[in-house]
Design a protein around this ligand. Structure first.
Ligand SMILES: [Zn+2]
Ligand SMILES: [Zn+2]
Length: 350
């Protein structure tokens, strides 16, 4: 029986490389030869760092990690109808029951049949291995113009960023505040600029500010001696505020800042995970007539729409990848990503 190596994350910042059988695609399934499998902040937060690895949709079941897979179809099982051997594909990283209302609209992330819902890299084997077994209905065709690493970015982070921009209906009429320029924030900033909006990014980690500027996000601010952030931002909008504010940090102060710096009738999106926030709804939300959205990942149709737009805009999200590793260097990849100072970190095969 053919075997392959796969990365398992047992918690407490440990990483095991184990041997697994190469899976055989069943009905409606494909075997993917992995080409790119990037690391995600949620892997660090919920799987790599903690001792106790979560419950519900974030429960890690000791499977091969990696939920941002992109590769090429090596083998198809019976009943595969749309894709064929040799197709380049992105894997939407959650498989659902396929039949509930959420699944039928492409929001497998929200599948209500909890026993059937399984995310790649969390409850079923993910992309940190030479091969991945995927259900055909979770595949999104990767256009020829995009790289495998582009696809890997789309599979989770940039897809998530795109959905947040869609929720706020970002356009060229907007000034957009983005708090937190980690991979999702950076992706959101690149997308908002491509949509024609003017972006101001707030980031407290100097390395991340530097990367954002290098990638063309010109207006990036960090803590400035003694002047509070709201004052700095007010100067940028002549005191009018931002039509759109997107928090990608999950930080309480940043979430508050988004509400505070939003203009009357503005749209605010919380997309950064974890943490809390407390604020007085009357002055910050009600009296400003704000709309506050929560946004979690994206749908399969949004992912298909996103890759089409990336080609049209000539935008390659792989520019956010600062560090590439081979599969057998996975331990170093996680240790580096854990510093919180890098852009995206990815395992690549070519
Ligand atoms: Zn992710
Ligand atoms: Zn479902």
């Amino acid at each position: 029986m053919a075997t392959m190596h796969g990365v398992v994350l047992p918690g407490d910042r440990r990483l095991d490389m184990r041997e697994f059988p190469v899976p055989d695609p069943g009905h409606g399934q494909v075997l993917l030869r992995m080409k790119a499998s990037s690391l995600c902040g949620s892997d660090l937060r919920a799987i790599y760092r903690p001792h106790d690895q979560g419950t519900g949709p974030e429960a890690y079941r000791g499977v091969i990690a990696g939920h941002e897979p992109c590769g090429i179809i090596e083998q198809t099982g019976p009943g595969v109808r749309r894709f064929k051997v040799g197709d380049r594909v992105i894997v939407y990283h959650i498989a659902g029951c396929g039949l509930c209302r959420e699944c039928r609209s492409g929001w497998m992330i929200n599948c209500t049949a909890t026993s059937a819902r399984a995310a790649y890299g969390w409850q079923r084997a993910g992309g940190h291995a030479e091969f991945l077994l995927a259900d055909e209905y979770t595949l999104v065709a990767l256009p020829d113009e995009l790289t495998y690493l582009d696809g890997s970015m789309v599979a989770c982070g940039v897809g998530t960023a795109y959905a947040a921009c869609c929720r706020a209906g970002v356009s060229g009429r907007d000034r957009v505040l983005i708090t937190g320029l980690g991979p999702v924030g950076l992706g959101a900033a690149l997308l908002c600029q491509a949509m024609g909006a003017k972006v101001v990014g707030v980031e407290y980690v100097p390395e991340r500010r530097e990367l954002a500027q290098k990638l063309g996000i010109m207006d990036v601010v960090g803590p400035s001696n003694g002047v509070d952030m709201k004052t700095v931002l007010d100067e940028k909008t002549q005191g009018l505020g931002f039509e759109v504010a997107i928090d990608c940090s999950g930080n309480a102060d940043a979430r508050y800042l988004c509400l505070d710096a939003a203009r009357e009738w503005g749209r605010v999106v919380f997309v950064g995970e974890g943490g809390t926030v407390s604020f007085a709804p009357s002055p910050l939300l009600l009296h400003k007539q704000l709309t506050l959205y929560g946004s979690w990942v994206c749908s399969v149709p949004q992912m298909e729409e996103l890759v089409e737009h990336l080609v049209r805009w000539g935008l390659h999200p792989d520019v956010m990848v600062t560090d590439r590793f081979t599969l057998d260097q996975a331990k170093e990849a996680y240790e580096l990503f854990d510093t919180g100072k890098t852009g995206k970190v990815a395992i690549v095969w070519e």
